[in-house]
Design a protein around this ligand. Structure first.
Ligand code: NQM
Length: 364
């Protein structure tokens, strides 16, 4: 029998997925995950029997609920729904879907709109850290239209500035989870960093790449993909991530000199597909790596000098670039990033009910 569940389909940054109220989903995680796999149409490379878009960036779920934390308005749990496997993972955050959480929370009565801009404090359940999003709300209604353009999304929309607090080591417990600025894995020098997203930074040149290869060509390079996956599986336990065979972290980022006047060029494995752009918290981690002396980005990155204690890194990626603002406290040893901010946009695409058939659905 088909079951109808209230949901909203939204674009958040360069991602797309379903937004649910936690109270509309089963509370038992295995049953919930079965429902979400069925809603997305996984496992199936085309997700033809569900609303997923056949790519990890369009197979995402945000679950939102009121927060009990004094420093947050809402809780946001992100779930990555695998496309071709019956797997649902809460091992990572998603800063792109995060962009849709503020508007959704206001439109669904979890946060009261007030003034031209409404601030929504979002507890990111996956990592326990807090993000603050400024949502445009003229006339006390969410306004999605605006003139802000972000790379990887056609057209323009209302800007949603987002700042992050307490994201350093959010997933692994430390900015440098292995304890080193540089590690050597299978003969390749890497910098493992977690400023909101655990990422393994590597020089593209060490893999014979220039930074100009497009994602689909990188994905066709079977030997490159195998080398990268071996590095991921080998380094993850040393990053406090354990066995990551079924996890979507760490991400792996090939670094090369900037191509279009930015700070650095990136090509990111997420981890089994190549990102068309770059993840939000992934970009924050890369930007942080660019400021770290002796990291693998040292000598490649060109970050403009700080204004006050604030840096702006322009992270280039296959479809444009992504600006990240970072504040660095140089009085601490090692110097510590105390604040990160960036701009995203989001758009409500459709609201209604998704129909799931649990008699044929896959078990996670
Ligand atoms: O790093 C893709 C995305 C992401 C994650 C991924 C993200 C982030 O672009 O915060 O947004 O790295 O799997 O949505």
């Amino acid at each position: 029998m088909l079951r109808a569940i209230s949901t909203t389909l939204m674009r958040g940054g360069t991602s797309k997925g379903l937004f649910f109220s936690a109270s509309d989903l089963p509370s038992e995680p295995t049953v919930r995950d079965r429902v979400l796999l069925a809603a997305m149409g996984s496992p199936d490379i085309r997700q033809i029997d569900g609303v997923g878009g056949g790519h990890p960036l369009t197979s995402k779920v945000a679950i939102v609920s009121p927060s009990h934390r004094p420093d947050a308005d809402v809780d946001y749990l992100f779930l990555q729904i695998a496309v071709d496997k019956a797997e649902v993972s809460d091992s990572q955050n998603c800063g792109n879907m995060l962009a849709g959480v503020g508007p959704w929370a206001i439109e669904n009565g979890l946060v009261q709109a007030s003034g031209e801009t409404t601030q929504v404090r979002i507890h990111m359940v996956n990592s326990g850290s807090v993000a603050v999003a400024d949502v445009s709300t003229p006339d006390s209604l969410v306004c999605y239209e605006g003139d802000c353009q972000i790379s990887g999304v056609p057209g323009s929309a209302a800007a949603i500035p987002i700042s992050f607090l307490g994201i350093t080591g959010a997933t692994t417990g430390a900015l440098l989870p292995t304890g080193n600025v540089i590690d050597c894995v299978n003969g390749v020098e890497v910098t493992c960093i977690d400023n909101g997203m655990p990422v393994v930074l590597m020089r593209a040149a060490d893999f014979g790449k220039t930074g100009r290869e497009i994602p689909s060509d990188l994905e066709k390079d079977a030997s490159l993909k195998a080398r990268i996956e071996q590095i991921r599986l080998a380094i993850a336990p040393r990053m406090n991530l354990g066995d990551v065979t079924k996890k979507t972290v760490p991400k792996l980022c090939l670094l090369s000199p900037p191509i279009n006047g930015g700070s650095i060029m990136t090509q990111t494995f997420i981890p089994h597909r190549v990102h068309q752009a770059i993840g939000v918290l992934g970009a924050v981690s890369v930007a942080t790596g660019c400021l770290l002396p002796r990291s693998v980005a040292d000598g490649i990155a060109q970050v403009p000098a700080a204004i006050g204690n604030q840096y702006r890194a322009n992270i280039e990626h296959p479809t444009g670039s992504f600006s990240v603002d970072l504040k660095l406290d140089t009085t601490l040893t090692p110097p510590t990033v105390t604040y990160a901010a960036l701009i995203r946009t989001a758009r409500k695409l459709m609201a209604g009910e998704v129909y799931v058939d649990l008699s044929t659905g896959a078990n996670p």
